[in-house]
Design a binder for this molecule. Structure first.
Ligand SMILES: NC(=O)c1ccc[n+]([C@@H]2O[C@H](COP(=O)([O-])OP(=O)(O)OC[C@H]3O[C@@H](n4cnc5c(N)ncnc54)[C@H](O)[C@@H]3O)[C@@H](O)[C@H]2O)c1
Length: 312
């Protein structure tokens, strides 16, 4: 198949590209490298890379007309500056609207979208959160714009699957707590953990589901990709320190959460497990070890977060 991946030089998009290329598909990536890395993608005869923004309608139209994708994975998103609402709106809302229209025009038969679990708001009313939970993305520009994008998909004629994701981690992941812990521990800087809990999903487990969806499995609609278990951020920190063979003299500081942070995000993966005959297969400790090995080999030039987090 011909599969176009927006944001394909980023963390999730590049792992998907690798897997799809290894399965014999043709892949076209469009990315503006705002958070993606050029070296995330290894040159391959069946891989085309277009540098540019999904908010550029002309570029999108040319790319879709030339490549004629059968499937689209829409992974491009803006989130790196929580105060840059204009960039979030431009990429996440306008960019998605343009991707949807371009996909409709060339007859894309299925589109996969990645939604943030922050669409359920800062105070989810159930744990685990089910797909029936009300949508209230009021907590951040990222959540608001990603949710508007998901709603535009709902308005479209496209066949789409929106995967609402737990915290994905793995090699090439440069947002969230794990890369930050790695960087600070590497530089012997003091670390702290927020008093929050998250459901972590290893990138290859996530890719397993998405590939099944691209192959046509599962009805269109909304799904969770999650482990179904939440860990404290301190447990993640401890796994990171252990993978780096670091023993701290005193336990890491655990801080009260910021008002824009959710205490626990635990997504109910039941529908996804049933429909895709899937379950996570990577334990947190093993996934963290592989991720740390990647950071040790390739380094981290920068980390990003959509949250307002104190610097030290
Ligand atoms: N990683 C997670 O835990 C997680 C959780 C929920 C949802 N998501 C969603 O999954 C998708 C992939 O996230 P990721 O973790 O791989 O992040 P990422 O930052 O590694 O990937 C996003 C990619 O989009 C590119 N991009 C940004 N703006 C663009 C634009 N205007 N035009 C073209 N490319 C642009 C970036 O350069 C980057 O390569 C995003 O849509 C994100 O909202 C991720």
């Amino acid at each position: 198949m011909r599969i176009l991946i927006t944001g394909g030089s980023g963390f999730l998009g590049s792992h998907l590209a690798d897997r799809l290329l290894s399965l014999g598909h043709q892949v076209c990536v469009i990315d503006n490298y705002s958070t993606g890395r050029r070296d995330n993608l290894i040159p391959h005869p069946a891989l085309q890379v277009v540098e540019g923004s999904i908010a550029d309608g002309d570029l999108l139209e040319q790319t879709f007309n030339r490549f004629k994708p059968e499937r689209v994975v829409h992974a491009a998103a803006s989130y790196k500056d929580p105060n840059n609402w204009a960039e979030d709106a431009l990429t996440n809302v306008l960019g998605t609207a343009l991707v949807v229209k371009a996909a409709e025009k060339v007859g894309v038969s299925r589109l996969v979208y990645f939604q943030t679990s922050l669409c359920y708001g800062l105070h989810p009313s159930e744990q685990p959160i089910t797909l029936a939970h009300p949508i209230r993305p009021e907590g951040s520009s990222y959540a608001i714009t990603k949710t508007a994008a998901e709603q535009f998909l709902g308005l479209s004629r496209l066949e789409f699957l929106s995967f609402r994701l737990a915290n994905a981690y793995g090699p090439r992941n440069i947002s969230g707590p794990l890369p930050t812990f790695y960087q600070r521990l590497s530089n012997s800087q003091k670390c702290f953990c927020m008093n929050t809990r998250r459901d972590f999903i290893y990138v290859q487990d996530l890719v397993d589901v998405v590939v099944k969806a691209l192959q046509g499995m599962g009805d269109p609609g909304y799904y969770h990709i999650s482990s179904g278990r939440d860990f404290s951020i301190k447990e993640l920190f401890d796994a990171t320190a252990a993978a780096m063979n670091i023993t701290l003299e005193t336990p890491v500081e655990v801080r009260e959460r910021n008002p824009d942070d959710v205490y626990s995000i635990l997504l109910d993966p039941t529908k996804t497990e049933q429909v895709f005959d899937w379950k996570i297969s990577t334990a947190l400790e093993a996934g963290v070890r592989t991720t740390v090995e990647y950071y040790q080999q390739f380094g981290i030039s920068q980390t990003y977060t959509h949250l307002h987090i104190p610097k030290d």
